[in-house]
Ligand binder design. Structure first.
Ligand SMILES: [Zn+2]
Length: 254
């Protein structure tokens, strides 16, 4: 075999092995997660599936607040869910972003009357052109069409009132610096900072997509303390099904 041909074959084999390993690593981040199903979590809080990511509608006076705005820039699934309430995209009063990754921010511009809220730790991701810092996400270039300006920055632990409904935000850095948890109507929305597994346990944010997995676990434990006495009935996640109660948050990372 000519040396050049041998080198080409070796390079192709290395690429193939790396490709298989990459797919396996990404796949393991999602394996064993509870499949999320669309529907009502508690009265006034619905899960809408937008492909592989969840968006939540929270009913408020004369409209809704959204938790995240999904991965589909057209917002089709969200607008359909609004239609079931005889509402339109103009009736979205606010969007609370769990973090600045593009699969949670794509359709925000489809809702012209919505005030967009996030924590300032994700300013670079939202306003661009900062890249994420995770082992995998740092290789992904941000999509300029998803850049958001005029985001209102949240205060840790402070509620925002939207159409008569209090939505409380906590900064839970780890998945990203500005990752947020929100509490509305007894449901805590955790974005990518945690997920529910088919074995009944919770897991932390997926390591390869996260800025600082150890900080994520510490944030979840701290959050569990902050949620005590707040009347939490359910936890909801961006890529897995919701669960009742909060008991497992403190056990993450054990
Ligand atoms: Zn994310």
């Amino acid at each position: 075999m000519r040396p050049m041909k041998r080198i080409v074959i070796i390079v192709l084999v290395v690429i193939a092995v790396l490709g298989v390993a990459g797919v396996a690593t990404v796949g393991s981040a999602f394996a064993g997660l509870n499949e999320s199903k669309p529907g009502t979590i508690v009265p006034g809080v619905d899960l809408v599936k937008d492909g592989f990511v969840n968006v939540f509608l929270v009913d408020v006076d004369q409209g809704v607040a959204l938790i995240d705005c999904g991965n589909d820039p057209t917002g089709k699934a969200i607008i359909e869910a609004l239609g079931h309430r005889t509402l339109t995209e103009k009736d979205v009063k606010a969007i609370f972003l769990t973090h600045g990754h593009g699969d949670h921010t794509a359709a925000c511009k489809r809702f012209p009357n919505a005030t967009i809220y996030a924590f300032e730790g994700d300013r670079g991701l939202l306003e661009g052109p900062a890249k994420a810092k995770g082992a995998l996400t740092k290789w992904i270039s941000p999509d300029p069409s998803r850049v958001l300006t005029q985001v209102k920055w949240l205060t840790d632990g402070a509620p925002v009132t939207v159409g008569g409904v209090d939505i409380t935000a906590w900064n839970i850095p780890g998945h990203t610096g500005g990752s947020a948890a929100y509490l509305a109507k007894g449901v805590v929305f955790l974005g990518d900072s945690a997920g529910s597994q088919t074995d009944g346990h919770l897991r932390g944010a997926p390591g390869i997509f996260s800025d600082d997995p150890a900080q994520n676990v510490a944030s979840m434990k701290a959050l569990a303390g902050k949620l005590e006495g707040k009347g939490v009935t359910h936890l909801a996640f961006a890529h897995s099904g919701w669960v009742a109660g909060t008991g497992e948050l403190t056990a993450l990372g054990k």
